[in-house]
Write a protein that binds this ligand. Structure first.
Ligand code: FAD
Ligand code: DHB
Length: 394
C-alpha cells in the first residue's frame, strides 16, 4: 500500500480537473490529479470547440494561453440558417465587443497537461477502482490502484471533476442530493472532416429534416453535426450518406455549402440536461460535468466546468491563506446561478433548432417564427448574443 498526503485530491483530468490543478498551483496549493483513462485517450478525445471570452481571458491571464492566442480562431458572431437563408448575429456589436474563440477542448487539455508537467506536481493516468470516502470528516480519503498497487491519498478536500460517468457523485448518499434532469429525444452525429471551413463563422441551421451545425477546428479542418436519434446506429451511416444529409440541411439559396473532405472521425452523442444540488458535500466539491450536463447546442459545457473551478480555486485559496471558509460555504450557490442560466439558454437553443416528432407541424412553424423574431428584433438578438458569449467570470 502506498500512502500519499496532499491538500486537494482531484479526481478526473478533463478540463475541470486540470484547470483546477493549475489554478491551485498558482496559489501555492498542493494537489494530486488521478485519471482512469490513458494520457493519449484524454488528449485525443474530440469534444467541445467554443470558448467563451471569460475562458479565453483566464487561460491567457494564468499563463496557459500562448498557443490559444496564436491558433485560436476569434469569432465576432454566429449565423442562424432557416428556410434556405443565413442571418448573422453580431456578438461584438450587441455585447460591447465580446466574442468567442474556436479552439478544441483537446487543445485546452494538451496545454494544461504541459503546464502541469512543468510544475512536476503529480498527475496519474490509468488508475483503477477509484473510491472516495470520509468526505464527511476533516480528512477525506481517495483509494485507487495504479500498476497493480493499492494507493491511498489523504487530503483536506476532494474535487470531484470526474465527468458525467464518474464515481464522486454516485458516492454521495442519494438522500442528500437533488437531481434535476431532462432527456431530449435527439442526438448529434458529429464528424471531423479534412476540409477548409467554407464560412468564417459557425452556422446553426434548422431544416425540415432536422438540425445541422457547421463549425471548425483549424484552417484545414471542418467540424459538422447532424441531428439524429439519441441511440443512432453509426454503422447505418456511410460517409456518403452523411455528406448527402449535410448538403440537404445546409442547402442555402445563395449557394453556400460546407466543403467536403475525408472524414477523419465520427461519433454520436445523446443530449441531456442534468443539475445536481448542492454541488458540495462535506469536503467533497463537485465541478464540471460531474455536477451538471447541458445539451451541446449552447456550447456551454466546458465553459461551465472552467467557471466552477475558478470559483473553487479562489475559495480554497481563501481557506489556506486566510483561514476562512465563507467562500467554500457559498461555492455551490454561486456556481448554480451560472449553471441554471446556462441550462435555460441551452434548453432554449435546443428547442428552437431541433425538429421534434410533431405530426401537425405546429412546432416547426413556431420555431420558424422564433428564429424570425431573433433575427429581426434587436432585443431578441441581444439576448441570444449575451447568453452565447457568457457571463463574465468575475
Ligand atoms: P470531462 O471532460 O468528462 O472530464 C472528466 C474526466 O474524469 C475524464 O477524463 C474521465 O476519463 C475522468 N474520469 C471519469 N471517471 C473517473 C474515475 N472513476 N476516476 C478517475 N477519473 C475519472 N462544451 C463547450 O463548452 N463548448 C462546446 O462547444 C461543447 N461541445 C460539445 C460537443 C460534444 C459532441 C460533446 C459531447 C460535449 C460538448 N461540450 C461542449 C461539453 C464539454 O465537452 C464538457 O462539458 C466538458 O468535457 C466537461 O469537462 P469536465 O472536466 O467536467 O468533464
Ligand atoms: C461546437 C460544439 C457545440 O456544441 C456548439 O454549440 C458549437 C460548436 C464544436 O464542436 O465546434
Amino acid at each position: 500500500m502506498t500512502r500519499i498526503r496532499t491538500q486537494v485530491g482531484i479526481v478526473g483530468a478533463g478540463p475541470a480537473g486540470l484547470f483546477l490543478g493549475h489554478l491551485l498551483h498558482l496559489e501555492g496549493i498542493d494537489s494530486i490529479i488521478i485519471e482512469n483513462r490513458a494520457r493519449e485517450y484524454v488528449i485525443e478525445r474530440v469534444r467541445a470547440g467554443v470558448l467563451e471570452q471569460g475562458t479565453v481571458d483566464l487561460m491567457i491571464e494564468t499563463g496557459v494561453g500562448e498557443r490559444l492566442r496564436r491558433e485560436g480562431m476569434r469569432h465576432g458572431g454566429v449565423q442562424l440558417a432557416f428556410q434556405g437563408r443565413r442571418h448573422r448575429i453580431d456578438f461584438e456589436e450587441l455585447t460591447g465587443g465580446r466574442s468567442i474563440t474556436i479552439y478544441g477542448q483537446n487543445e485546452v487539455v494538451k496545454d494544461l497537461i504541459a503546464a502541469r508537467c512543468v510544475t512536476e506536481r503529480p498527475l496519474y493516468y490509468d488508475v483503477e477502482d477509484v473510491a472516495v470516502t470520509d468526505f464527511d470528516t476533516p480528512k477525506p480519503l481517495i483509494r485507487f490502484r495504479l500498476t497493480g498497487k493499492e494507493h491511498e491519498i489523504r487530503c483536506d478536500f476532494v474535487a470531484g471533476c470526474d465527468g458525467s460517468h464518474g464515481v464522486c457523485r454516485p458516492g454521495i448518499p442519494a438522500s442528500r442530493l437533488c437531481v434535476y434532469e431532462r432527456e431530449y429525444p435527439f442526438g448529434w452525429l458529429g464528424i471531423l472532416a479534412r476540409a477548409a471551413p467554407s464560412s468564417d463563422e459557425l452556422v446553426y441551421a434548422l431544416h425540415e429534416r432536422g438540425f445541422a451545425l457547421f463549425s471548425m477546428r483549424s484552417p484545414t479542418v471542418t467540424r459538422l453535426y447532424l441531428q439524429c436519434a439519441p441511440d443512432e446506429d453509426l454503422g447505418r451511416w456511410s460517409d456518403e450518406a452523411i455528406w448527402a444529409e449535410l448538403m440537404e440541411r445546409f442547402n442555402m439559396s445563395d449557394g453556400w455549402r460546407p466543403n467536403r473532405g475525408e472524414i477523419a472521425q465520427k461519433s454520436v452523442t445523446g443530449m441531456r440536461s442534468v443539475v445536481v444540488e448542492p454541488m458540495r458535500h462535506g469536503r467533497l466539491f463537485l465541478a464540471g460535468d460531474a455536477a451538471h450536463i447541458v445539451p451541446p447546442t449552447g456550447a456551454k459545457g466546458m465553459n461551465l466546468a472552467v467557471a466552477d473551478v475558478r470559483i473553487l480555486s479562489r475559495a480554497l485559496a481563501q481557506y489556506y491563506q486566510q483561514g476562512r471558509g465563507d467562500l467554500l460555504e457559498t461555492y455551490s450557490d454561486r456556481c448554480l446561478l451560472r449553471v441554471w442560466r446556462a441550462q435555460r439558454f441551452s434548453w432554449w437553443m435546443t428547442s428552437m433548432l431541433h425538429r421534434s416528432r410533431d405530426g401537425s407541424g405546429f412546432d416547426y412553424r413556431r420555431q420558424i417564427a422564433e428564429l424570425d423574431y431573433v433575427i429581426t428584433s434587436r432585443a431578441a438578438m441581444t439576448s441570444l448574443a449575451e447568453s452565447y458569449v457568457g457571463m463574465a467570470l468575475g
